[in-house]
Design a protein around this ligand. Structure first.
Ligand SMILES: Nc1ncnc2c1ncn2[C@@H]1O[C@H](COP(=O)(O)OP(=O)(O)OP(=O)(O)O)[C@@H](O)[C@H]1O
Ligand SMILES: [Mg+2]
Length: 234
């Protein structure tokens, strides 16, 4: 398996009016295709900052970021959004669905930005809705769905453009424990299908599913270890 992500001495320093906050301090790591990873750490340790950089929503202050071999640290905003549209799938804690759009239309959003023609978009989004078990809710609006169902729509949307990496920031943070289990089962299936998945979470139960656990503390990698018990539950 090849390296899909390489971070080299990556720094993120937020500059405020009167002070600077070093949110990531020389982080170096490699992620291989198909890995299933959790990023943990206390509040403020740099998890979201790292995920935002991995997802090309933000840029490092110093250091290099390679995604699929391409150096993305120095790209322009437009180039960066191309990378984001084509290579990254995002899942957020609060689902971030568009309330005015139907389930199918929500799943289509990244395909629209990718420039896919309408009929192919429709076909692809229907397929994705079925994949996450919501084929029968295609014409509903997000508010007509439960939290877990909405998160499944968000996952279908994240998968629609067949990204290299799925990034999820606290994807089960707003869900009860049985719905959390449904979402984790879905991530497990995607992992079994070869997807590279990186989840930020506070929850040990979520981390237990993944094969590698990276712990951040004060912007540094505090530990980075295999989770030997992962997979036994599959
Ligand atoms: N836009 C910003 N401007 C200034 N400082 C920021 C900004 N975003 C994050 N920070 C600071 O950077 C550090 C890391 O924040 P980050 O959001 O990455 O933490 P986190 O690990 O995701 O925390 P949480 O678990 O609370 O979500 C914190 O000290 C935070 O205050
Ligand atoms: Mg965060």
């Amino acid at each position: 398996m090849s390296d899909i992500v390489r971070l080299e001495e990556l720094w993120k320093i937020y500059r405020l009016a009167t002070t600077t906050v070093p949110a990531l301090r020389s982080v170096s790591l490699t992620i291989r295709q198909g890995e299933y990873i959790t990023i943990m750490g206390k509040s403020g340790s740099g998890k979201s900052t790292m995920l935002n950089i991995l997802g090309c929503l933000d840029r490092p202050t110093h250091g290099k970021y390679f995604i699929g071999g391409q150096d993305v640290s120095a790209l322009t905003d437009n180039e960066l959004s191309d990378v984001r549209n084509n290579k990254i799938g995002f899942v957020f804690q609060s689902f971030n669905l568009v309330q005015q759009l139907t389930i199918l239309e929500n799943i289509e959003v990244p395909l629209f930005y990718q420039g896919m023609p309408r009929s192919s978009r429709r076909e692809r989004s229907r397929h994705m809705a079925e994949l996450v078990g919501l084929g029968d809710r295609a014409s509903h609006r997000p508010r007509e769905l439960s939290g877990g169902q909405q998160q499944r729509v968000a996952i279908a949307r994240a998968l629609a453009n067949d990204p290299l990496i799925i990034l999820a920031d606290e994807p089960t943070g707003n869900l009860d424990s049985s719905t959390t289990q449904d979402i984790l089962d879905l991530f497990d299936e995607l992992h079994a299908g070869g997807k590279t998945i990186i989840i930020v979470t506070h929850e040990k139960d979520v981390a237990a599913h993944t094969e590698r656990i990276i712990v951040l503390a004060d912007g540094l990698v505090k530990s980075d270890a295999r989770n030997e018990s992962a997979g036994t539950r599959l």
